[in-house]
Ligand binder design. Sequence first.
Ligand code: DON
Length: 582
Amino acid sequence: MIRLMSFRRVLMAASLFVVVDYATAHAQEQRSIYTPAPASNARAAAAKHGMVVAQEKIAAKVGADVMARGGNAVDAAVATGFAMAVTYPRAGNIGGGGFMVIHSADRQEDIAIDYRETAPAATTRDMFLGTDGQPDIAKSRDSALGIGVPGTVAGLALALEKYGSGKFTLSDMLQPAIALARDGFVLADDLADTLPDWRRRLSRWPKSLRMITRADGTALRPGDTLVQGDLATTLSAIAAQGPRGFYQGPVAEKLVDGIKAAGGIFTIDDLKNYQPVIRPPVRGHYRGYDIVSMPLPSSGGTVLVETLNILEGFPMGEMTQGAAPSLHLLIEAMKRAYADRARYLGDPAFVNAPIITLLSKDYAAKQRASIDLAHATPWTDALSAVPPREGSNTTHYSVVDAAGNAVSNTYTLNFPYGVGLVAEGTGVLLNNELDDFTAAPGASNAFGLVGFEANLPGPGKRPLSSMSPTIVLKDGNPVLVTGSPGGSRIISTVLQVIVNVLDYRLDVTSAVAAPRLHHQWLPDEVRIERGFSEETLTALKVMGHRVIEPMGQTSANSIAVIPDGLLGAPDPRTRGAEASGY
Ligand code: DON
């Protein structure tokens, strides 16, 4: 049995270490891509056979074309993943990591591929502390110490090998990405808008700036063609040799040299030893539907299912969507599940988390019993924080094919353009994922997520994630594929899309477009998007909720399977998102 009260005492003792500093440096990046959208901006796209909904249209089309040529959803997801490493460099990547949840209709199997970055072998528990023993956020966010061993190449290759249609080789799936890197593509407006931030992020390692510099030495401008010759060479090495072309040999040596020169602690062995993991997904049941989502080292699936279990005991469908009584329940459920995240969750190779309890209906019933229908539960008022204001640093895409295979993939560099280091000669932008570790018990990461022992840094360890690629099934068949970027807000976003579809029967486009809110236990505040009525907000405040704008960027690119085909919902909050189908 989980004793939350004793945890409260631990928390109070640890509060001295709590860091409440957020990535304010990214405020501008957020402004440049985040346009809050009222529900009327909902965008829908229909397709008969196969569809990819992704944050960037060239890469979405690459995946849809693969399916039109006879590939399955996994083939398409792999091709889109590599293409986005070229066309969406602020989050698409081969220098970061992520998670893929697959429903394989062919094998009647649901699986999760964990290609999260790992900490190098030389990682120490206190690596992200300053000489004063306090967390030093510059070390994990802005220095090469924050770079985790990238997992994307190994993860996508594994997905293709085990769950692809078998009709295409890894090299086939890399060709569109190679061509896009080698021949270039025109910088579209949303990507071009991030150029100033991109420059700032890369300028700490001036050689990295070559990536966005014209042949004449001047800065790349909107409308220019972005050619990434080094990246094309790296992708070609992977096409020729498989993952060995990245994790061993000349590319690996260049990655290690570049990271070492920047002050990192990465070795050739760290790269050589990287292994993606096939895991059984987290499974939940909600009002007759199966929820299939990401297990540890993501907290996403566990927190999502715990929250849904709490909500299942309330008649959500009889309440009004977006009105205070139902929002209150969402907030209270989130608050409790995120508290468990902070206390218990971490890399399962290192931490024995009470997952069975956290996912059980009995535990949810106990949590539910503590919810007061008229008042906010004051979880703790000892801690408060400034809003998270990071930009779009992660990206989610959903894929469904004609045979009913579905892929939900979220991958990331953590911050936009990662740590901002391109290892010389590789074209590979590297992540700063190790900021997702907890630097000291009670410290928070860039998303304000507090953690404790379970998520301290350690050699070979995977930092706890919130990424929640999710597939909802009815009678064994996918009905909804969803996920999002947004750090801590990922889980609450996925939750609200699911509740909007299953409880409120909104079509997927309205479900994605509806205004969202977020509570992550600490800080004890409700972050809201624009779009809720004044009356609703007043009612929430009267119940005792601290309501604060803005919520920060999320983008739930989703697909619903409907009776006569597929309905795609590129999230209208973000420019660039696109559905591509046939
Ligand atoms: O794994 C995680 O939870 C974070 N590194 C994800 C970062 C993210 O979503 C930022 N996007 N806006």
